[in-house]
Design a binder for this molecule. Structure first.
Ligand code: PXL
Length: 283
């Protein structure tokens, strides 16, 4: 018997390789991806780019950079015969990590592999504290590889080289999304765009055109929300939903989980209490 058979021929359950950091506290990046994909019945195979004590939204944090160890994932997983239905990238903090994402995609992408790039960089028009300008600019290279992009408005503006403006009309958001999709992507979701009394998730798909999925604005923004959102969108796409349907599910899940966070008086830094709501993703 082929001793690798159970790994190689596991066609019934989809696998997603998630290239992101592991923040041990704060319920973001891989610590969010693992439970979210599991609840969506997709096997999450984490590739940790760095290990943080907690995310950088806290006053105190430190991290171990895994950049120079990442090549082992390509070598060992190729030798093992692993294949992925999707590859998703998130927080990347060095040029080496960016190069690695490109190499990983080149090594594992097949015709049907879905490539989702969440260009995690910042919020409110500003980069996260550890984020360097060269990496922010370098992230533009991934536009040539992505099928689907899930930036927030800050990230979309930086990628497009445009000024951050919270008051963009739907027409201006469409132009921004189209610009981001010029290189390769089939679709883009600009998430959490603030509107007078709600948030808009602006969806653009080359096949279906634009749509807007709205969500109520509940309290102030919470760390990790974008990571959870991007994972649900990816998992729902793998389940055969179209981009608008996937965003509707993600918005519904995030809204319910934020409401739970408010009810439970969870601090804004501590991420979304998805332990309470994961069952919403089972069906
Ligand atoms: O949630 C995005 C994110 C991911 N990883 C790290 C972060 C942040 C946002 O602050 O600091 C390490």
């Amino acid at each position: 018997m082929n001793k690798n058979a159970s790994i190689v021929n596991h066609n019934r359950q989809k696998k997603v390789a998630v290239i992101n950091d592991f923040s041990s506290f704060g319920r973001c990046s891989l610590a969010a991806a693992l439970p979210i994909f599991s609840a969506l019945k997709v096997q999450c195979c984490p590739v940790p780019t760095a290990v943080f004590t907690n995310h950088t939204g806290f006053e105190h944090f430190s991290w171990y950079d895994c950049s120079d160890k990442l090549d082992n994932y390509i070598a060992d997983w190729k030798a093992t015969g692993l294949e992925f239905s999707a590859i998703a990238s998130g927080y990347l903090s060095s040029m080496l990590q960016l190069d690695f994402v490109e190499q990983f995609i080149k090594a594992f992408k097949k015709d049907a592999t879905l490539i989702v790039v969440d260009p995690v960089m910042g919020d409110y028009g500003r980069l996260y504290p550890t984020f360097k300008d060269d990496v922010a600019k370098g992230l533009r290279r991934l536009l040539s590889f992505a099928d689907i992009l899930t930036p927030n408005l800050t990230e979309a503006s930086i990628l497009a080289g445009r000024k951050y403006d919270e008051n963009l009309s739907d027409g201006e958001l469409l132009a921004l999304a189209e610009q981001l999709c010029e290189k390769n992507a089939r679709g883009c979701v600009i998430s959490g765009v603030p509107r007078a009394d709600h948030l808009a998730n602006f969806v653009f798909s080359k096949s279906d055109g634009p749509s807007v999925v709205t969500a109520p604005r509940i309290g102030r923004d919470r760390s990790g929300t974008g990571d959870v959102f991007s994972c649900v969108v990816t998992g729902e796409l793998l389940r055969g939903k179209n981009l608008t349907q996937a965003v509707e599910k993600a918005a519904e899940f995030v809204t319910a989980t934020i409401q739970r966070a408010v009810d439970m008086e969870i601090p804004l830094t501590d991420g979304l209490p998805f332990e309470e709501t994961l069952s919403m993703l089972w069906s």
